[in-house]
Design a protein around this ligand. Structure first.
Ligand SMILES: Cc1cc2nc3c(=O)[nH]c(=O)nc-3n(C[C@H](O)[C@H](O)[C@H](O)COP(=O)(O)O)c2cc1C
Length: 309
């Protein structure tokens, strides 16, 4: 398999594990050969530790799942003291992207600043697409251009590491939002996060999640993510990372053909913990087949003309 170079980082495979679906790598070290995936994105990290939302935090439905985990994570200090050392010791040099989130733009800057001088990871992914801002009624910063600009204005000068910006699926003009993020210094765009949704018990009407509403993910998100990646890739020059509904190599190839440089597997790992390596190896096989069967170029422009109408 030829490694993929994206924003200056070498990925053995173009298939990564998505933020929030693999912790800091702990659940994956015993279930797969790390050489069979391209990398992982950590759970989103906040400045202070977060306990998360009341249970139940996930619910299934026909085409995927709904979650409201509430960004449970150990916070900056916990990542510095425990998670980064663990990742350096156990992930065998696997490219790690640290996802960062906050309720205020300054929180992103504080987390990035606190982590930037550490080693053991290759890039930051700014999660601007979860319920960010209490003042805006939980609206993601990605849906508020002023907030998106404020985050990047604060964070960009703090680091030379690649900065990915993760966008929201319910953005009426996601390509323009991506262009704004790039104008403000983003090195890559990740599309998409979960779609806001709600599920209830059929007869009682009791909310399926402790927090009430949640984010939809899984196979039903495939066309949503794919449409976003296609639109973004046509508009911006930086690498696009596709995520949403990928369960098979065919799904991943759709994203790569639509213009994604890398893809991420999220909910697929809950259905099958080996989903990402299976997808990665399927993509590698398909690309090898395509390379082997590529037709030889025509000998001359004036060669025989095929007959038929
Ligand atoms: C349980 C769960 C937790 C998630 N936590 C995060 C998170 O902390 N940060 C983030 O940017 N995205 C988070 N996501 C979103 C995923 O990274 C991904 O963007 C989304 O689920 C769509 O991909 P999928 O259909 O393959 O799951 C989470 C998704 C799930 C299902």
């Amino acid at each position: 398999m030829t490694p993929t170079q994206v924003f200056g980082v070498e990925f053995r495979h173009p298939v990564l594990l998505a933020a929030g679906t693999c912790g800091f790598g702990e659940p994956v070290v015993d279930v797969m050969d790390l050489a069979d995936i391209g990398g992982l994105v950590t759970k989103s990290v906040t400045l202070e530790p977060r306990g998360g939302n009341p249970p139940p935090r996930v619910a299934e439905y026909r085409h995927g799942m709904l979650n409201s985990v509430g960004l449970a994570n150990p916070g900056l200090e916990g990542v510095l003291s425990e998670k980064l050392p663990w990742m350096r010791d156990h992930l065998e040099g696997l490219p790690v992207i640290i996802s960062v989130v906050g309720h205020r733009p300054q929180e992103y800057a504080d987390v990035v600043d606190g982590l930037n001088t550490e080693d053991g990871f290759v890039a930051f992914e700014l999660n601007l697409s979860c319920p960010n801002d209490a003042r805006l009624g939980g609206r993601p910063f990605a849906l508020d251009p002023e907030s998106l600009e404020a985050v990047l204005d604060l964070v960009r000068p703090l680091t030379t590491r690649p900065l990915l910006v993760k966008l929201a699926p319910n953005d009426p003009d996601i390509a323009s939002t991506a262009a704004l993020a790039v104008a403000k210094g983003a090195d890559g765009i990740t599309a998409v996060n979960t779609m806001p949704g709600y599920l209830a018990e059929p007869r009682t009407g009791t909310p399926a999640l402790g927090a009430g509403p949640g984010g939809t993910s899984g196979p039903g998100m495939l066309p949503v993510g794919l449409g976003a990646v296609r639109a973004i890739a046509r508009k911006v020059e930086v690498p696009v990372v596709g995520v949403g509904g990928i369960l098979t190599a065919e799904d991943a190839l759709l994203y790569l053909d639509a213009g994604a440089s890398l893809v991420q597997v999220g909910t697929g790992s809950f259905a099958d913990p080996r989903c990402a390596p299976r997808v990665a190896l399927g993509v590698a096989r398909a690309r090898n087949r395509a390379a082997t069967h590529r037709p030889a170029p025509a000998a001359t422009a004036s060669g025989p003309v095929p007959s038929g109408s």
